[in-house]
Structure formats: structure tokens, C-alpha cells
Design a protein around this ligand. Sequence first.
Ligand SMILES: Cc1cc2nc3c(=O)[nH]c(=O)nc-3n(C[C@H](O)[C@H](O)[C@H](O)COP(=O)(O)OP(=O)(O)OC[C@H]3O[C@@H](n4cnc5c(N)ncnc54)[C@H](O)[C@@H]3O)c2cc1C
Length: 405
Amino acid sequence: MQHDTMQHDIVIIGGGLVGAGLACALDGSGFDVALVEAVAADDGAQPRPSFDERNLVLADASLNALTALAVLGHLRQPPAPVQRIHVTRAGDFGAVRLNANDYGRAYFGGVVVARDLGQALESAVNALPGLTRYCPAQVRTLDCGADHWRVSLHSDGDERTIRARLLVGADGSQSFVRSALGIGSETIDYRQTLLVSAVGSNRAVDGQAFERFTDSGPLALLPRPDGLYGSVMGVATDQADAVAALPDAEYLALLQQRFGGRAGRFTRVGKRVAYPIRRVLAKQLVAPRALLIGNAAQTIHPVGAQGFNLGLRDALCLAELLADGGDPGEPQRLARYAALRSEDRERTLAFSDGLARITANPGFSMHLLRSLGFLALEHLPGLKAPLVSGAMGYRGWVPALARPA
Ligand SMILES: Cc1cc2nc3c(=O)[nH]c(=O)nc-3n(C[C@H](O)[C@H](O)[C@H](O)COP(=O)(O)OP(=O)(O)OC[C@H]3O[C@@H](n4cnc5c(N)ncnc54)[C@H](O)[C@@H]3O)c2cc1C
């Protein structure tokens, strides 16, 4: 069917967690904004990629922003607060204990199930009066005009073209937009797969999160809003299928053996979902009248719980830079976006990648260094504070909506 070409100021491609977050942040900006998403949110057979069972730790900065954007109010249950964090490394001595009260805070962040946050964002986006949505609609080609992009959309055999003065690629790790813009990427395969599942324990979930590093990958237990733990078990990718297929009792026994008794005795386990882990970094963030945010810009190891938090800050930064109106795709604005995002991006990448590599290295000298590092962190509070504030989302220039109220 033939459609008239719709003209927009800004087209966001990808309505995942970050693209939807940007749509919310642009509400009231005065720009004509469109959001294009390939997968219908309520398609049970093929859910939207990130609206799934993974547990997301929302950093303090993200909680501030999602509250200000009226997204958290759409959650069925509020995020489960993370008040204390206990970090250990199998085979090393020492442990790091972090307590939010020591930093004058009630919590470091909060845990939500990604599916629930996705639904809350979907409700928030549905309530935006000025937003045009194309969903389900997949972007198939991009053509650059003198002062706009032409975007062709495909939906159930239907083709249409829309135009925009600024194109935002929020289309995830395998970003079509990134390739179509000719932006290269660097990929590291960590050869690790994370198995995620909800786990019941005979000990009540009480604001305590556990992180344990082992030679075959990280383990984490996160307090969930439903009173269960969100468990994450890292395994070598070539063993992932076999571990994921273990009967429940054997899976629980393995988890218990690797975790020890810190969080009590595990009593039941839900469905397991496997995530092979790769880092994918775009070599640049901007192109003429276009830029990348979220996983399209950088997909990082989940070990530090930073990926969505960082992507949301990409979105908030862009929305703030667009607040003064004018031509949304002007080169100076895009250059400013790249400059403002650089420190947060570099430091967050270094934190996540460093954690993934150092904690997985089994060499003796690394054991010793790590143990000493753990002891230093535990006993020198001055060392913990910058680490904590960074992990809470305060690195470099912080978007206004993410700052504490
Ligand atoms: C196991 C695990 C645990 C994690 N834990 C945390 C955590 O605790 N804290 C945290 O901050 N982060 C965490 N993350 C990272 C976080 O999930 C991601 O950073 C976040 O989901 C990225 O969102 P996104 O919107 O950028 O990309 P995506 O979620 O991939 O969304 C991209 C969207 O674009 C759409 N799309 C793609 N191509 C097209 C096209 N051509 N046309 C139209 N639409 C298209 C897709 O359908 C999709 O909906 C975790 C990740 C994993 C795997």
C-alpha cells in the first residue's frame, strides 16, 4: 500500500529500554518525534528482545531519572532496594562489603525484572500525547538527503517511507543503523554465557545483593521485588547448553556449591535464560544528522550492571541537548553529544571490562593482587567512595534528570 511520506524532526529507531526512555525524555521538547520498533510489545510468541527475564539493577541516577519521567509509577511493584552488597572471589581471601548507610543513603539502586520495566516504559510511551509510533515496523533502508534522512519501514508486507532531520539509532547490539551509517564496531567475545533465573531461598530476601567471581565467570544474587533472588551464573559458553539443561535439583545444587551458604539454602529455581556475552563498541557515536545510543553505541559485559544505566544516560544527555530547540541534527549539537558522553562512556567501559577480565583471571599473582585489592577496599573507605558513586551512575557530566533531587 502507498503512504504519504511523513516528516518528523526526530526518528528514534528501536523501542527497547533505551529508545523508549528517550521517547519519554523528549516529551514536551516541542519536536515532532517518532519511535520505530520492529517487535510489538505484547507479542507473546516473539517478545521484544530486552523485555525478558533478566534482572536489572537500576543505579541511583537511573532511579532519579525514571521517577522524574513518571516511568516507575507504571511498575506493578516498586524496584527492590539494594542496601548492602557483598563481593567475594572464589579462591581469594578478603571480601568487600558495601552498605548504603555508610554513604548517607538508604540504597545504592533498585532491582527490577526487565520485562516489568519494559511494560512500564511501554505504558509511559503510550501516554505520550505527541509521539508518533510505528510498531511493528522494521527499518530496512536509510538514505541521506541534503537536510534529512529518508527511512523506509517494512510492516507485514506494507512499505512506507518517513523523513527526519535527526536519526537516533537505539536498535541494539546488532544495530542496523550503525552499519547503514558506515560506523564500524569492535567486538570482544568473552566466551562466557550468563544463565539467569529466579531462585527461592529459605532465608528472606532483605536488600542484600551478592556478587561472587569465579574462574568460569561471575555469580550474582539480586533481591527481586517478588521476594525471590534473581540469580546469574556465568559458565564457559561451550558448557552453557549442558548446564542450562540440568534438572532443577542439579542446577540448584551447582548454584549452591558455587555460591556457598551466604544467601541461605536454595529451594527452587524458575526458567533459565542464557545470554552469551560479547562486548560491541561503535567506533564513533555520531554521523551526519545521526547518532547512536544504548547498546547500539556500546554493548558491555553485564557484570557491573551498567549497560542500561549507561544507555539511559545517553538518552538523557541527548534530550537535554535538544531542549533549546532549533535544528535537531545540527553538527555542533552532535559533536557536543559525543564530547559530553565521552568521560562517562570511557569510565563505565573501563569499570565493566576491567571487572570482567580481572575477576576471571585465575593466575596466582592475580589472586594475590585481587586479595590485596579486596583488603584495601574493605579497610580504606576512601577507596570505596569513588567506586560506589561511579557505579551509582555519577561519572563525568551527569544529566540534570539523573541528579539527586
Ligand atoms: C543478563 C543481562 C543482565 C543485565 N543486567 C543489567 C543490569 O543489571 N543493569 C543494567 O543497567 N544493564 C543490564 N544489562 C544490559 C541491558 O539489558 C542493556 O544494556 C539494555 O537492555 C539495552 O537496551 P537497548 O534499548 O539499547 O537495546 P535493546 O534492548 O537491544 O533494544 C533494541 C530494540 O531495537 C529494535 N530493533 C532492532 N533493529 C531494528 C530495526 N531494524 N527496525 C526497528 N527496530 C529495531 C529491537 O526489536 C529492540 O526492541 C544486562 C544485560 C544482560 C544480557
